[in-house]
Each structure stands twice: as structure tokens, then as C-alpha cells.
Design a binder for this molecule. Structure first.
Ligand code: G3I
Length: 348
């Protein structure tokens, strides 16, 4: 029979991704903290395969903790319209049903993006007219299906390169920037109450990308195109949050009458993780949430899944991980306290 000591020895052999041991102490529920700070929500991304994990779902369903959901994959083009005019809403519906049953706000993610785009769109032989029709059909059908159930749509996702030029995907190559107004106007007609967003990463810093996004929004507003919000994805590397730049950049849009949101927050750490890293991560989460708190037009913060168990980071950035506020065992990390402090304490 295996002795307890031997079993412990075997457990220790499992290579830890963390050498850290500190955990959260806050007793504040995060969506309640967000609402107390006059925000609409604190939320999380989730994905359909995870919904069979009962421990994960128990935390996810707690609306004191999460007041908003974003589907990480199941509302994207490849999931919704894998073949032309063949629509499948099963995955998206499952998450909307969960949100409705637990009283959570939904963000729709996303309608027009170069990635997770089926080959029939990416490699089609389009004229401006035929691609316009494809965009209109996709956006109208998806937004109509969910009309009345979605607080905000990421209508356009990641349109810019980091140097501020437009990403040369099939949409831009065929239609120049007009694909953006085509999608926004179509979404508006299909659900007049939904907030329409453009969502991108690396908007958190000063530089050509944020300047390009501001110019785009000014052009859209001048042309009377419906645009209501900008999503700051917020995929940070440990120690690289600049709250002053983030606040300045958010306020460039709120000054134009738009709202903003932190839509995909995580803070990735180079492995192995130390206690000092977790303290820095706590400070980073606090800075971002506090910035949203003090910008009155920032409506809420969404983490890009709440647990390291289901984070996208390790598969995309080898050697990095531990980016979420809950660890892979679903225990809260110091980052949790950082989020709670960001919503509840005013410090500058
Ligand atoms: O659906 C297939 C499945 O059939 C197959 O068996 C499996 C094998 O790997 O892959 C599955 O597709 C994966 C998909 O997630 C669904 O799980 C893709 O390989 C994988 O690349 C994809 O990753 C997603 C990523 O977007 C793609 O860019 C992540 O889960 C998702 O979290 C991530 O989310 C994006 C936001 O939409 C936009 N901003 C950046 C963010 C992080 O990349």
C-alpha cells in the first residue's frame, strides 16, 4: 500500500507552474464591488467546453461575482456561419441562456474579424458588392438572432496593425475602410438598442495605434455612422500597465461622447511565478480596474476568463501563464484583491 509520504512525494513531482503560495484575502464579491463603484458590471469571458466543469460553473454563475459574460469563441464567424448562409447558434445560445438564467449582461463577441474567419470568406473571390452582401447577411442574421439580449456588440474586432495602419485582411483589401460603416449600420438596423463597439488590443499605450483609432472614430461620427463604444482588450504583460496612459486614452473617446470598457483583461507572467510576481500582478489588476473606476464613461471590466485553468495564454505565449485572478485550482490569487481594491479604493 502506498504510504501518505510517498503520495505526497508523487504530488510534488508534478511540475509546478508556480513557486508562489500567496492567495487572496478579500471577502468582497467583484461584481457587487463594480456596481457599488457605479459601473455596470464586472464580468468574464467563458467558453462552451468549460461549461461541463461543475466547480468552474458554480463560480461562474455567481452574479455577485460576475455580472457579465462574453463568449470567448462561440459567437465568432467560424462558429456562427461556417458555410455561407448556414447559421449555427447553438454555442452562443448556451451562453446567452446561462446569462439570462443568472441575470447577467451579455457582450457579443464578435461580428467582423480577420481571425477565426472561415475559409469561404477569407479566400473567396469577392467584388466590393458581393463582400458587402456577405457582411450584411452575416451581421444582420447574427444580431437579429440575439436582438434584445446583448448589451454591446464587438462589431469590429482588431482592425488596426500596431503601427496604426489598417490590417490588410479580406475586408479592407476589398472594401477599404467602408467595411466598418457597412457592419456598424447593419448592426444598428438589426438591434437598435445594442451598443456598437470597435474592440482592439494595445490601445492602452500612447502611440500610432490609439491615434489611428481616435481618427477612425472621429471620421465615423462625422459621417453619422453609429458607434457607441471602444473596447480596450487589456492583454498585459506583468509590470507593463501604465494607468496614466490608459486613462488618457480612454478619455479621448469619452470626450467624443463614446463609452469605453476593458473587455479582455489578463496579466501574463513569465514562469515560474514567484510571490513577488503575484504582488506585482495584484498591483497591475488594481491599476486597470481603478482607471476604469475613475473614468466615468468606462462601463465595466471583463477578464479573459477568470481562471488560469482555461486561459488562452500558455498555448499562445510559451513560457508565460498565470494571467488570471483565479489559479488553475480555482483558488483566488492576490490579483483578486487588486480588482476588489480597484473598485473600492480611490488612490492616485
Ligand atoms: O474549434 C477547434 C476544435 O475543433 C479543435 O479540436 C481544437 C484543437 O486545437 O481547436 C479548436 O479551435 C480553437 C478555438 O480557440 C476554440 O477552442 C483554436 O485552435 C484556438 O486558436 C482558439 O483560440 C481562441 C483565440 O481567440 C483565437 O484567436 C481563444 O480560445 C480565445 O480566447 C481567443 O480570444 C481572443 C479574442 O477573441 C480577441 N482578442 C484576443 C483574444 C485572445 O487571443
Amino acid at each position: 500500500m502506498l504510504s501518505l509520504a510517498f503520495l505526497l512525494f508523487l504530488a510534488l513531482l508534478q511540475t509546478p507552474v508556480t513557486q508562489a503560495s500567496s492567495s487572496a484575502t478579500s471577502t468582497v464579491a467583484l461584481n457587487m464591488a463594480a456596481e457599488a463603484a457605479a459601473k455596470l458590471y464586472f464580468g468574464t469571458a467563458t467558453d462552451n467546453p468549460e461549461l461541463t466543469d461543475t466547480s468552474y460553473v458554480t463560480i461562474l454563475k455567481n452574479t455577485a461575482m460576475f455580472g457579465q459574460l462574453t463568449p470567448a469563441n462561440s459567437m465568432k464567424w467560424d462558429a456562427i456561419e461556417p458555410e455561407q448562409n448556414v447559421f449555427s447558434f447553438t454555442g452562443g445560445d448556451q451562453i446567452v441562456t446561462l446569462a439570462e438564467a443568472t441575470g447577467k449582461i451579455m457582450r457579443g463577441h464578435n461580428l467582423v474579424w480577420y481571425s477565426q474567419l472561415p475559409n469561404w470568406v477569407t479566400y473567396g473571390s469577392w467584388t466590393p458588392e458581393t463582400l458587402t452582401s456577405v457582411i450584411e447577411t452575416h451581421v444582420r442574421t447574427e444580431v437579429s438572432h440575439y436582438a434584445g439580449k446583448i448589451y454591446a456588440w464587438d462589431v469590429i474586432n482588431e482592425p488596426f496593425n500596431d503601427d496604426g495602419t489598417m490590417r490588410a485582411d479580406v475586408f479592407y483589401s476589398t472594401l477599404n475602410t467602408s467595411y466598418i460603416s457597412i457592419a456598424l449600420r447593419t448592426a444598428r438596423a438589426a438591434d437598435p438598442k445594442a451598443k456598437l463597439y470597435i474592440n482592439d488590443y494595445n490601445l492602452e499605450y500612447t502611440g500610432p495605434k490609439i491615434d489611428a483609432m481616435v481618427r477612425l472614430v472621429e471620421d465615423l461620427l462625422a459621417a453619422g455612422v453609429p458607434i457607441h463604444g471602444i473596447g480596450f482588450q487589456g492583454h498585459f504583460i506583468l509590470g507593463e500597465v501604465s494607468p496614466s496612459q490608459l486613462q488618457t486614452n480612454m478619455e479621448r473617446f469619452t470626450a467624443l461622447g463614446l463609452e469605453v470598457a476593458v473587455t479582455e483583461l489578463d496579466v501574463r507572467i513569465e514562469l515560474p511565478v514567484t510571490d513577488a510576481d503575484l504582488e506585482q500582478q495584484k498591483a497591475d489588476y488594481m491599476s486597470v480596474v481603478q482607471t476604469c473606476r475613475v473614468v466615468s464613461g468606462c462601463v465595466g471590466v471583463t477578464v479573459w476568463d477568470y481562471t488560469d485553468k482555461y486561459s488562452w495564454i500558455s498555448s499562445t505565449f510559451p513560457g508565460y501563464g498565470a494571467a488570471c485572478p483565479w489559479d488553475a485550482n480555482l483558488d483566488r490569487k492576490p490579483a483578486y484583491d487588486g480588482i476588489a481594491m480597484g473598485f473600492t479604493e480611490y488612490t492616485t
